[in-house]
Design a protein around this ligand. Structure first.
Ligand SMILES: [Zn+2]
Length: 267
């Protein structure tokens, strides 16, 4: 696995920044490793962006420190104020201008949440999946009340232990049929925390996707169709960054080439 194109590129990119894969993503932390597999494209983008300094942020303080270091700029689109890293914002605004000249929109999905998120935002979104699923499985008799209560009382970054239950078919996604990580990012792990993600309403429009790609914005998370990641690179450069192209339902995704077969996408 560690000799796969993605890991070789990641290792090189991190060394240039004076860090290592083990520093940002401990190998004994299964959630951190899942983050690399599922959201890892953001770590191998252009030098114009700062990738997250940790695979899993465990507090608001750590997120704030990273976001301050990366720098962020705000823009108002419609009635939403969205915030992104400076290079990501410039590219998005240019893409919007090109789209507008063709009579097309590139607009934020769900308002401000479409771009930067805080640690607290990711916790709230996690709870929107975690809590209902916990209630469901308790009522269904698959979890006992004490089990559910124990999970509820865990610190939020330890609640991802539900990934172990998922191996027994007790799933925490919105539709309860697959892993919660295909439904929502684990707390502290989102590309939105990195300020390198934008959820666009117009993701089904092929021309909009083309314009975004021409400005360094690509779909990199298989299960998440409206979600675009700023890599700041030309499409032709992506294979050289350890990313592989996958076509799903006529849409092009660039995902980490880890040598592991990706899961069936959620569409
Ligand atoms: Zn998103």
């Amino acid at each position: 696995m560690n000799s796969s194109p993605f890991y070789v590129t990641l290792d090189r990119a991190l060394r240039l920044r004076g860090t290592t894969i083990a520093d940002i993503c401990p190998s004994d932390d299964p959630v951190a490793r899942r983050v690399l597999h599922d959201y890892g494209a953001m770590f191998v983008g252009a030098d114009s962006v700062l990738p997250p300094t940790l695979c899993v942020f465990t507090s608001e303080e750590l997120v704030e420190r990273f976001q301050k270091e990366a720098g962020l700029v705000a823009a108002t689109i419609g009635d939403a104020v969205i915030e992104l890293q400076p290079a990501a914002m410039s590219a998005l605004l240019e893409a919007r201008a090109v789209a507008r000249a063709e009579g097309l929109q590139v607009s934020p999905r769900d308002g401000a949440e479409a771009a930067r998120r805080s640690y607290a935002d990711t916790v709230r979104l996690w709870n929107s999946r975690f809590s209902p699923a916990l209630n469901h499985w308790t009522h269904a008799g698959r979890l006992s009340e004490p089990q559910a209560e124990r999970l509820r009382s865990l610190p939020v970054h330890e609640q991802v232990e539900v990934l172990e239950l998922e191996q027994e078919g007790i799933f925490f996604s919105k539709d309860l049929s697959k892993s919660v990580l295909y439904s929502i990012a684990a707390p502290g792990t989102s590309q939105h925390i990195a300020m390198l993600a934008f959820d666009a309403n117009e993701f089904r429009d092929q021309r909009v996707r083309e314009i975004l790609a021409q400005h360094g914005w690509f779909q990199t998370v298989l299960s998440d169709l409206p979600h675009f990641t700023f890599l700041g690179l030309a499409e032709a450069e992506l294979p050289g960054r350890g990313l592989k192209r996958i076509e799903v339902d006529g849409q092009t995704f660039w995902i980490p080439d880890t040598g592991i077969q990706p899961p069936e996408p959620d569409i």
